[in-house]
Design a protein around this ligand. Structure first.
Ligand SMILES: [Fe+2]
Length: 346
């Protein structure tokens, strides 16, 4: 079996492959690492066949959809996954065949309703059901401490104690442990009584993961993250530096229409001299009246450079092929000490 681990902060994802069939599966791929999985598979001479999420992640962005789009392969989750983009839904006891490898699904609800562990050979991928020295939390949507107890003590911990445990999170860089080691040493597993275990889980008082709303929104719906929207916009937009624009304004030679897409208050407080105001929120509706020449060079800016990137992408999609975004925004412009005007432009 070919086996690779990819680390993203505290998240762990895994690539497992069958050498003979040149086939692989990626378990819990993370959005920011999708090129890495493709490169790893290529390095090992493997073709990725399956993308598996052990559960609906609330703390990071799943890379399954993006990878599936690029590779044209199946997304696999447990049957209870709410995500509409899952191609293959596994039930407890079913297997995925990856060449000669058999990936056994074990439904282990608790951290989430759709949590599953995956056993292959001497390894078990435990998702967030069992971590090294911990367990997944049960206070996020669809979590259930009693169900986690049943999944652990009734199922997962009954597997061969020698099985190697590879969790979806490993904050201490331990890599892996074994079922036996976890039974002996994992502090959460020392509460062997169901009620005591539930009480312990209810009293953890953990802070909410960052990005939980966005992670659940995108992982459950198949929608895009804000970072994806911005990256897609930035990919079709050229940029101009603050210094270049400043030089052009100072020269008086620029034929660029500078367009401020912030709200009215911000524009009137201070804007780049000569800038025209057209807020992003009204761009599509007012564009025909305000920007009559589609061949005009337009330089778009906002406060930080994000909204202007989106607005520039919109303009280019509408046919303004010479729209450019300012690299930076009004904040950086002011910090650079460049001139500003206030009020309305004549
Ligand atoms: Fe999780």
């Amino acid at each position: 079996m070919i086996f690779e681990t990819v680390t993203t902060g505290g998240c762990r994802s895994y690539l497992i492959g069958c050498e003979e069939a040149c086939a692989a599966a990626v378990i819990d791929p993370e959005l920011s690492k999708i090129e890495r999985y493709i490169a790893l598979a290529a390095k090992d001479g493997l073709r990725i066949r399956y993308l598996v999420d052990t559960h609906t992640h609330a703390d990071h962005f799943s890379g399954t959809q993006q990878l599936a789009k690029q590779l044209g392969v199946q997304i696999v989750m447990h049957a209870l996954s709410p995500a509409p983009y899952v191609d293959l839904k596994l039930q407890d006891g079913e297997m995925l065949a990856i060449g000669k490898l058999r990936l056994h699904a074990l439904h282990t609800p608790g951290h989430t309703r759709d949590s599953m562990c995956l056993q292959v050979g001497d390894k078990v991928f435990t998702g967030d059901t069992l971590l090294i020295g911990g367990t997944g939390r049960t206070d996020l949507p669809s979590g259930d401490a009693g169900a986690l107890y049943d999944s652990l003590f009734g199922k997962l911990l009954k597997l061969d104690p020698a099985l190697l445990v590879f969790p979806a999170h490993d904050y201490k860089g331990k890599g892996h442990s074994t079922i036996g080691q976890e039974i002996a040493e994992n502090p959460r597993l020392q509460k062997r009584n169901r009620d005591e275990f539930i009480e312990m889980m209810h009293n953890l008082n953990l802070s909410m993961p960052t990005h939980i709303t966005e992670a659940l929104r995108t992982n459950m719906s198949g929608g895009k993250t804000v970072a994806q929207m911005l990256a897609e916009a930035a990919a079709i937009v050229p940029f101009m530096s603050l210094a270049e624009l400043q030089r052009r304004i100072a020269d008086g030679t620029h034929e660029v229409l500078v367009l401020d897409v912030r709200e009215r208050d911000a524009y009137e407080e201070a804007h780049i001299p000569g800038a025209k105001w057209l807020p992003r929120g009204q761009l599509e509706l007012r564009v025909n009246d305000e920007l009559t020449d589609p061949t005009r060079r337009i330089l778009v800016y906002c406060d930080f450079g994000r909204v202007s990137t989106l607005a520039t992408a919109t303009l280019r999609q509408m046919g303004f092929r010479q729209a450019v975004a300012l690299d930076g925004g009004m904040k950086a412009w002011r910090e650079s000490g460049y001139a500003v005007n206030c009020g309305k432009e004549p």
